[in-house]
Design a protein around this ligand. Sequence first.
Ligand code: GLU
Length: 413
Amino acid sequence: MVREKSPYENTLETFDRVADLLELDASIRSLIKTPDRSLIVKIPVELDSGEIHDFKGFRVQHSTAMGPSKGGIRYHPDVTLDEIMMLATLMAWKTALFNLRFGGAKGGVICDPKKLSRGELERLTRRYTTEISTMIGPDKDIPAPDVGTNEQIMAWMMDQYSRMEKRAVPGVVTGKPILLGGSLGRREATGRGCYFTGLEAMRVLKMDPKSVRVAVEGFGNVGSITAGLMFKEGATIVAVSDSSGGIYDKKGLNIPLLIEHKQKTGSVLGFPGSDKMSKEDIFGVSCDILVPAALEASITKDNARDIRAQIIIEGANSPVTPEADEILEANNKFVIPDVLANGGGVVVSYFEWVENRQSFYWTENEVNARLEEKMINVFREVLALNQDKKIGMRMSAYMLAIRRLAEATQWRS
Ligand code: GLU
């Protein structure tokens, strides 16, 4: 039996394909292909029961060629070093694509945050921060939220690091609470960025946002914001799913009410007026736009053919496997790849980091306007390369990113 390739192995293969297209020479290839540094840490935490449990965590820095490395921290039971290496690589491409003076990084802890008490989460976060403190810092490597983490986790990380440094260091993490130096608009930035790229894609395909039907996989920080903005725009959100299942309403779901329902009950299920469906059914729903905004590899060779949507906005990182990608390509889907679609998060993280350095904070309108400008410009750059080379939006985005990373590395070699 042929062993399935891991997410990181797939990413390395993609890198090789892009490097071939760019005709990169062997020395630069090896300099930028794999992460610079990977740390595995043991995180002993006293649980509320009094028992000590050793959690395992990671921090991977892919590259620092263009500046300090940047990327989120994931708390999830399925976290592996392989996954974090893949995500750190994607972060390096993402920051390069958006022309931010950052490298890429990612961190993670194998845990189920939903099953930990607030005290346990705090102790875990503080100990993890201490364990990775040799790597992070406002001029070295700057964590942010990702799946399973939020502004509270960032507040504890900032506090722990500041205690160790014996001074306030707000710039060590982004995605913090506003009162601790977080940026207005950061929490919504990833979803808002997806929305801006979706609008651009509709412009290209001459689709009217008011008459499109949208399905969203994952109703967390990314999916719920994208759905909310599309709803405000007049689109019909016909289906939504989260980790407990999916719901459908042909007439359209009222997203602000659904957000309230999820806050109250913990899931989208049971929303008045909607029909229940399985998580998997979301991919076959009759719609124009599909937003995979959950975890990686949710669109596979087994469900890619079911997809009826014309536009796919990758809110999650790496939601489409390479085999599925070939099917989408063959079916002429317009895919807005992860590094482009969900780049709004790290763009506003960059704004937050700049605000922290200047100790001068922007209004929400300023943040959103600068985000919109950045998303549109980068989208158009990727589109132009795609129209020129006909290699698809994904390969175009990766080409722009990796070329920039290669050039920056060349300058420093
Ligand atoms: N976790 C987000 C991502 O995957 C944001 C990273 C950041 O802001 O540093 O892009």
